[in-house]
Design a binder for this molecule. Structure first.
Ligand code: RIB
Ligand code: CA
Length: 313
């Protein structure tokens, strides 16, 4: 079976880094055509730096990395250094990237890639605010029906918000972009906090990363040890929630997840609930279903897959 061709759109971010590493560790199932960076956890210059550092950590300086949008469509950028540290990749001490950033804008790379491949063969995997994706869809509406799927990390329903009482960070940072993506008619799989908060890096799971004894295993252990502080203090969690790797794991082993195909709308007017993903989980409206919204994960299976694949790098 041919590997699935994907573009990872990302704002690294320690959890983004683990998602990228998991994808690069699975070449028989995933072909990463490129990594497009967006402003989110930290400003664009740092997300573009961090993405290249992760590719070099994986021994893949050949992966083309592109810089995209440096601010949301209609709001000031909100970043998350309080979670990810001032570099966005605090924890391990990784060398500055040697591989170059591509000169092409990330949005143009997304558009050109989708147009140059057969319809239904490209999957977009957004792991941060949806600014690049929405900009590509607005600039080239013809790509929407050509996409195989969009599998994204974002939103929350039963779990409610992590950046405000109502909203999850990726959606909150650029709610207008999220509204456009959820309305684009592209097959959509959503990994919300309802799932990612069940994928916690407990001490045992972190030890399994470290016990790999490889530069990747040790770096991942250091990354998750750093960014677990926020969730431990806020939620009393048993460890860092591995938000973004749930996207990659879905591509590799969809049976690890379960959810419902429901309508999901984005709040874009009320400041009180700005960026909330209003999921019609109980189907109480006649609004058409537009997303497979995940609710459950086999966390042990997820970590077994992740650890086994990271051992390959
Ligand atoms: O709310 C979690 C999401 O926001 C993750 O993608 C994390 O990396 C941050 O971007
Ligand atoms: Ca992210």
């Amino acid at each position: 079976m041919q590997p699935r061709k994907i573009i990872i759109d990302t704002d690294p971010g320690q959890d983004d880094a683990v998602a990228i590493l998991l994808a690069l560790a699975s070449p028989e199932q995933i072909e990463v055509l490129g990594i497009t960076c967006v402003a989110g956890n930290v400003p664009l210059a740092l997300t573009a730096r961090n993405a290249r550092m992760v590719c070099e950590l994986a021994g893949r300086p050949d992966i083309p990395v592109f810089a995209g949008c440096d601010r949301p469509l209609g709001r000031a950028l909100v970043t998350a250094e309080h979670v990810h540290g001032k570099t966005g990749l605090d924890g391990p001490s990784l060398p500055e990237p040697q591989m170059p950033l591509q000169s092409q804008h990330a949005v143009d790379f997304i558009i050109d890639t989708v147009r140059s491949h057969p319809p239904g063969t490209i999957t977009l995997c957004p792991l941060g605010p949806l600014t690049n994706i929405a900009t590509a869809l607005a600039r080239a509406p013809d790509i929407a029906p050509r996409l195989q799927e969009i599998v994204l990390m974002g939103g929350a329903y039963f779990e409610v918000g992590n950046i405000t009482p109502a909203a999850e960070f990726n959606i909150y940072v650029d709610p207008q972009a999220a509204q456009a993506v959820f309305a684009a008619g592209v097959p959509l799989v959503v990994m919300p906090l309802d799932v990612t908060h069940k994928a916690l890096v407990t001490a045992e799971r972190n030890a399994a990363f470290r016990n790999l004894g490889t530069p990747v295993g040790i770096a991942v252990a250091q990354m998750t040890e750093f960014f677990e502080r926020y969730d431990r203090e806020k939620y009393g969690s048993l460890g860092a929630p591995l938000h973004d790797p749930c996207v990659t794991a879905y591509l590799l082993a969809p049976h690890l997840f379960s959810g419902r195909h429901v309508n999901v709308e984005i709040e874009t007017t009320s400041e009180l609930t700005m960026g909330m993903t209003v999921a019609d989980w109980w189907r109480v409206t006649d609004r058409p279903a537009n997303a497979t919204f995940m609710g459950q994960i086999d966390a042990d299976g997820f970590f077994a897959l992740l650890t086994q694949r990271l051992a390959r790098l």
